[in-house]
Design a protein around this ligand. Structure first.
Ligand code: PLP
Length: 380
C-alpha cells in the first residue's frame, strides 16, 4: 500500500504569492515599507479598526516591540497564562520584567479572568491574554480589571486573525495586539507578524521603535525634512517580497477562514459520539466568540496515556501532536517568572491535549480515518 502519511500541517498557498513576489522584485523596492507593506497595513487597520498596524518579522518581534513601547523594566510584572508559547513571556523578560503565571479556564483553556485580580501587586504593569486556538479570552472583564488597576493590555493574538469577541476583532481590543504569520498559522508568509496599536497615543512611537529608533516613517510621509535618532529601537520591518507574499494571503483571508471552519466543523461532528461515550472532550467555543478554525484539539480522559495515543496514531500514519509544555514547568519558567497559585488546570489539561492534523486540502475521508482510528484506540 502506498504510504499516505497525513501530516499535521501543510502551508496553504493561494496561488498569487509568486506573482506578487515577482512584482515586488520587478519594482526594485526590496527593503521594507513599500507599496505591498502599505497595502497590508491598510488592510489590517480596516479589518481590526486599530489606529496603526505595523508588519514585523514575526509575532515574537511584535511582542518585543510592544514590551519596549510600554517601557517595561526591571521588577515590573506582567500577568499571563503559563499555557502559551515562549514568546509571550520572552518579550517581557527581555525588558527585565517578570511573567506572573495565572491558571486557565477549564472550557477554553484561556487565561482565567476570575483569577487575575488576586495576582495583581504594586508592580503589575500589564496583562497579556493569549487567545488559544483563535477562541477569545473573556475580554470585557479583562478590560475592566485593566482600567480599575491602570494596567496595559497586550493581546497575544498570534492565532487570532479573523476571529472576534462579541464582534470586536481579536488583537485590537487591548492597547496593543499581535498576529503571527508563521507558516503554521491561518494566514502566513513563512515567517511574519504584525503589531496592532489600538491606542493612538502609542502609534507614532511604535513606528519609531520599529525603524531603529528613527522618525524615518515620518520623513517618507514628508512630515519632517530629515530623519534622526529619536528614541530606542531596533529593526522590526520585513522586506517587500515578504509583504507581497502576505498580500496574496490577505486577499483570500475570508475564503481561507471559511475553508478552515468547514474542516473544524467536520471534526466536531465526527467526534460527537466519542465525546458522548466519555472517550474525549471536544473544544468548547462560547457563543459570543467567533473563532477562525485555527486548530482542532481533543482532551483525552485523565487516565489515558497520551504518548501511547500519539504513538498509535503515528503507527496508523497520522501525525497528531501535543501542544505547550506549560512555561511554569519549563526549565526557564521559574528562573524568569513566578506562578500565582498552583496552576492545577494548566498542568492537568495541557497533559491531556492532542491536536489533530489540520490544513486546507485535508479531505473528509482523511478526517474520517483520523476519527475512526482515534475511536479505535480510545474505545478498547
Ligand atoms: C505562533 C505563536 C507565537 C509566535 O509567533 P511567531 O510569528 O512564530 O513569532 C506566539 N504566541 C503564540 C500564542 C503563538 O501561537
Amino acid at each position: 500500500m502506498a504510504s499516505e502519511i497525513i501530516p499535521f500541517n501543510r502551508p496553504y498557498l493561494t496561488g498569487k504569492e509568486q506573482a506578487y513576489t515577482e512584482e515586488a522584485l520587478r519594482s526594485r523596492h526590496l527593503a521594507g515599507d513599500g507599496s505591498f507593506t502599505r497595502r497590508c497595513h491598510q488592510w489590517l487597520e480596516a479589518r481590526t479598526g486599530c489606529a496603526k498596524a505595523l508588519l514585523t518579522h514575526s509575532c515574537t518581534s511584535a511582542l518585543d516591540l510592544a514590551a519596549i513601547l510600554l517601557d517595561l523594566k526591571d521588577g515590573d510584572e506582567v500577568i499571563m497564562p503559563s499555557f502559551t508559547f515562549v514568546s509571550t513571556a520572552n518579550a517581557f523578560v527581555l525588558r527585565g520584567a517578570t511573567p506572573v503565571f495565572v491558571d486557565i479556564r477549564e472550557d477554553t483553556l484561556n487565561l482565567d479572568e476570575r483569577q487575575i485580580e488576586a495576582a495583581i501587586t504594586s508592580r503589575t504593569r500589564a496583562i497579556a491574554p493569549v487567545h488559544y486556538a483563535g477562541v477569545a479570552c473573556e475580554m470585557n472583564p479583562i478590560v475592566a480589571i485593566a482600567r480599575r488597576h491602570n494596567l496595559r493590555i497586550v493581546e497575544d493574538a498570534a492565532q487570532g486573525i479573523m476571529a472576534d469577541y462579541r464582534g470586536s476583532p481579536l488583537g485590537a481590543i487591548g492597547d496593543l495586539g499581535s498576529f503571527s504569520f508563521h507558516e503554521t498559522k491561518n494566514i502566513m508568509s513563512g515567517e511574519g507578524g504584525c503589531l496592532l496599536v489600538k491606542d493612538p497615543a502609542l502609534a507614532l512611537r511604535a513606528e519609531i521603535i520599529r525603524e531603529k529608533g528613527t522618525d524615518r516613517s515620518r520623513f517618507f510621509r514628508g512630515e519632517v525634512d530629515k530623519y534622526t535618532w529619536q528614541d530606542v529601537g531596533s529593526s522590526f520591518l520585513p522586506s517587500e517580497p515578504t509583504a507581497a507574499f502576505l498580500w496574496a494571503q490577505f486577499e483570500q483571508a475570508e475564503d481561507i477562514t471559511r475553508e478552515r471552519l468547514a474542516i473544524w466543523d467536520r471534526y466536531h461532528a465526527m467526534l460527537a459520539t466519542l465525546e458522548q461515550r466519555g472517550l474525549l472532550r471536544r473544544p468548547i467555543v462560547p457563543g459570543h466568540c467567533r473563532h477562525n478554525g485555527h486548530l482542532y484539539y481533543v482532551l483525552l480522559p485523565p487516565e489515558i496515556d497520551r504518548g501511547m495515543v500519539l504513538g498509535k496514531l503515528r503507527e496508523a500514519e497520522i501525525n497528531a501532536v501535543f501542544h505547550y509544555v506549560p512555561l511554569h514547568s519549563s526549565p526557564a519558567g521559574m528562573r524568569f517568572g513566578r506562578s500565582h497559585g498552583d496552576l492545577t488546570l494548566t498542568t492537568a489539561l495541557s497533559e491531556r491535549l492532542v491536536r489533530l492534523p489540520f490544513w486546507i486540502g485535508l479531505q473528509e475521508t482523511q478526517q474520517q480515518r483520523i476519527c475512526d482510528t482515534l475511536g479505535a484506540i480510545l474505545g478498547r
